[in-house]
Design a protein around this ligand. Structure first.
Ligand SMILES: Cc1ncc(COP(=O)(O)O)c(C=O)c1O
Length: 808
């Protein structure tokens, strides 16, 4: 609640609609915001709880007289919790939609008032600074009698803002009768002082337009200026028409395939459309089972041929989408055509070619946020070199302290684990946890769990002066077994925050967003990392950190470079970071030609029906591959494959993504060499990945290897596919199997079913076993086909049935 009070140097008196401030000691008052038009000085500051509600108020001495009264704003503490732009909202009409904007223009005309719009952004420091001054005007009856005060959040209405040609912030604009644009003037902290005078000038004659002189004073436009403006507007209209015609021509060119796509040979049997016409009975059964889930309404075979087929032979099968999605021919063609259609300059200049690039980049940022249903007023899209760079940026700038905690799911990618070095550098502690731990921590009764680290259960920051900032990181989908983790954790992490301890969520969505929808309005993660080549293959070397706007201020940026500062000096240690959050976090020139190409990748995803359709397509293939692999048997009845992940979960589509990660087993039950399989698969035309897949947490957990055992390999292992493929470790084993080596299959079964009979002396013995340090990962994506999956199953059966490792 906001109320008006009058203040003298010793007495606080309420004047209207105010809670009782009686009895407030002077020392309890605290400066909230300075009433800029007053020349007063703050004389005391503080916060005080009164009987009914906590109240904070500002008190100042005005003018020269110590006891002269001033009107200031007092705000309850609940109000303080709301962001600055939501305060004193009863004074303003907030523009809610584009239509609403035009309605306001009309309303002002009807009421014969001047419509004054304050254009602001939530992240704009200057907008925040001048807001109390603007509020003072918006409550002045002398002005409100003739002016309708409205404000518009620019990030919510980017199209409108673009249409209106807005180029700076903060700015106010005046519209007169029939929506006639009368003036625009800067509302910067320096120039806002002239606003009252300017408004009086305009109110004296609302029939003409005004321009702002260099001193910030509005001057009536001359006849010559008006004629020039009309000419410029006509020219702009003509250019817009030409641009639209050019865009249409380019669209036609692109949809004709533009050369390379048309030269692709057609497949003999385009059979995904109609199961009954399919020759292969296995495919017929598959299509009957998965129906509309597979193939984008029967389009997949044609699509594959047009977009990918020309680059792979008929016997080649790309199954490494988690490493990189396959790029589509039409995306490359469309991106190149766009680059050929105009000159795109460095966005940091002000030349026409630079403005063109900048406009494009801003539109693409918006498109990305829209794709993830992130409100542009709440989120920022910061371009980075990839998911790893996004994670590094968070690690580097997160406000760690020696009380902070970095808690992360064990199954995170190496690039998340690397964040802990920054936490440690600031004296923070870290903890790797598993899924059950997180569920209990966030949603369970902590006191019942022995696993919960006490200091985490009771926030470490209680009682501290400054809040303690802690981070919880998890992957949307892990890149090892493709398990998807609950996005509900994001809400749980938010709820963990107290006044003294703030918890933030870091969602590593790099492996998730290719085939899963991500809705940041439903799951408002604090930080999200992505790489675009994992979404649609091209461009590479470009990713994004999607960050909640309110968090940008918290980040402690050390390095700054070209593009991220608005002001700097050479000899003194002086610099001012840019106000716009994305710009202050992007050092140097962003990869602007690649960013332009992104639009075409997103167009392709939308053409397929968006992430939900891709998810259904990929899930049908992952299900089928899992079923086929787990049903393969050697002649002696032993299984040929052991698959990791949650494919057999009753709600598997919620918890399992498009990765099928497995070990192949010999007929003797031993795990076969993944290095041998990688080589043989490559020769047979399969593009797959083997090893630990940059995810030691998940890999070693599934294989039952302890961290200390891995640490013994320091200095001997160089990479995922080097010759150090197995680790010989001691494990418990059934008494019955003593005398033989315990098989890897037994170990895998034991891990899966936790049936190793620990603690049964006499029945348990320690055995030396060879455990692999990696596995085989098949990852499916938007252009995967039934033929890819079936070919792999057939090849595995043909090559490895009834074989043991001795055969290779
Ligand atoms: C889950 C996950 N996180 C992060 C990364 C790192 O992505 P990039 O190498 O594009 O930076 C990957 C790459 O495979 C990944 O799968």
């Amino acid at each position: 609640m906001v109320c008006r009070v009058s203040v003298t140097s010793s007495v606080v008196r309420e004047t209207r609609n105010s809670p009782s401030f009686a009895g407030f000691p002077k020392s309890s008052l605290r400066l909230l915001a300075g009433p800029a038009p007053f020349t007063g000085v703050a004389v005391s500051a503080g916060t005080r709880r009164c009987a009914r509600s906590p109240v904070q108020l500002f008190r100042c001495r005005v003018g020269r007289g110590r006891d002269s009264a001033a009107r200031v704003f007092a705000t309850t503490a609940t109000e303080k919790a709301s962001p600055w732009w939501a305060r004193q909202k009863e004074l303003w009409t907030e523009v809610e939609s584009e239509e609403h904007f035009y309605e306001l223009v009309e309303q002002a005309g009807r009421e014969r008032k001047l419509l004054l719009i304050d254009f602001y952004a939530t992240w704009c420091h200057a907008c925040q600074k001048v807001y109390p001054t603007l509020c003072l005007m918006a409550e002045d009856p002398k002005l409100t009698k003739n002016i309708l005060f409205a404000k518009l959040q620019v990030d919510k209405f980017k199209t409108l803002v673009k249409k209106e040609g807005l180029t700076m912030l903060p700015v106010v604009r005046g519209y007169g009768n029939e929506g006639k644009f009368l003036f625009e003037c800067s509302a910067s902290p320096k120039k806002v002082k002239k606003l009252r005078q300017n408004l009086n000038t305009v109110l004296a004659d609302t029939s003409r337009s005004y321009y702002e002189d260099p001193m910030g004073v509005l001057q009536p436009e001359t006849e010559e200026m008006m004629a020039r403006k009309a000419e410029k507007e006509a020219e702009l209209k003509r250019l817009a028409k030409e641009k639209a015609a050019l865009a249409k021509t380019m669209d036609n060119l692109a949809s004709n395939g533009n050369g390379s796509a048309r030269s692709v040979p057609r497949v003999k049997e385009l059979n995904s459309k109609d199961p009954s016409k399919t020759q292969d009975p296995r495919k017929r059964m598959f299509l009957e089972k998965y129906k509309a889930d597979y193939g984008y309404g029967g389009m997949i075979d044609e699509l594959y041929q047009r977009e990918i087929g020309s680059r792979l032979s008929e016997n080649e099968h790309y199954m490494d989408y988690t490493a990189a999605a396959l790029y589509c021919n039409s995306v490359i063609d469309n991106a190149m055509n766009e680059l050929k259609s105009a000159v795109f300059g460095n966005p940091h200049s002000a030349a026409p070619s630079s403005v063109r690039t900048d406009t494009k980049i801003e539109a693409i940022r918006e498109r990305i946020l829209r794709h993830f249903n992130a409100d542009p007023a709440e989120y920022q899209c910061v371009f980075t070199r990839g998911a790893t760079a996004s994670l590094k940026l968070v690690g580097e700038t997160f406000p760690w302290s020696d009380k902070s905690r970095f808690v992360y799911l064990r199954e995170n990618h190496n690039s998340v684990l690397g964040q802990r070095q920054y936490a440690l550098a600031h004296g923070a502690s870290f903890q790797a946890v598993d899924e059950d731990w997180v569920d209990t921590w966030l949603f369970g009764d902590n006191s019942e769990s022995q696993d919960i680290d006490e200091s985490l259960a009771s926030p470490p920051g209680d009682g501290a002066e400054e809040p303690v900032y802690s981070l919880f990181a998890f992957p949307g989908e892990d890149n090892f077994a493709g398990v998807k983790y609950p996005l509900e954790w994001i809400h749980g992490v938010r709820a963990k925050s107290t006044e003294n301890t703030k918890w933030f969520s870091m969602l590593d969505a790099a492996a998730f967003v290719h085939a899963q929808p991500l809705d940041l309005t439903a799951y408002p993660a604090d930080f999200v990392s992505i790489s675009f080549y994992k979404m649609f293959g091209y461009p590479t070397g470009l990713g994004a950190l999607i960050i909640r706007t309110e968090n940008v201020e918290l980040l402690k940026k050390v390095f700054w470079g070209g593009g991220s500062v608005s002001l700097a000096t050479s000899a003194d240690n002086f610099h001012v970071l840019k106000c716009k959050p994305s710009e202050r976090l992007e050092d140097g020139t962003v990869s602007f030609l690649d960013i332009i190409a992104l639009e075409h990748g997103f167009n392709m995803v939308e053409k397929l029906g968006g992430p939900p359709m891709i998810q259904r397509h990929v899930a049908s293939l992952a299900d089928y591959l899992y079923e086929q692999l787990t049903s393969l048997r050697h002649s002696n009845g032993k299984p040929m494959a052991f698959v990791f992940g949650k494919h057999d979960h009753p709600n598997r589509h919620k918890v399992q993504g498009g990765i099928v990660n497995f070990e192949l087993l010999g007929s003797d039950g031993h795990v076969l060499s993944y290095r041998e399989i990688q080589e043989a698969a490559g020769q047979a035309g399969f593009h797959i990945r083997t090893g630990a897949e940059c995810n030691p947490g998940a890999c070693y957990k599934y294989l039952g290897i302890q961290d200390e055992e891995v640490e013994r390999l320091a200095g001997t292992k160089e990479g995922c596919n080097d010759e150090v493929e197995y680790l010989t470790v001691q494990r418990t084993a059934d008494f019955s199997s003593i005398g033989q080596l315990v098989t890897s299959q037994e170990i895998l079964d034991a891990i899966e079913e936790t049936k190793v009979p620990l603690g049964h002396a006499g029945e348990v013995a320690m055995k030396w076993v060879k455990v692999p340090l990696g596995s085989i990962r098949v990852s499916l994506g938007y252009m995967s086909t039934f033929e890819d999956v079936q070919a792999l199953v057939d090849w595995v059966e043909l090559r490895y049935r009834d074989k043991t490792s001795a055969d290779f």
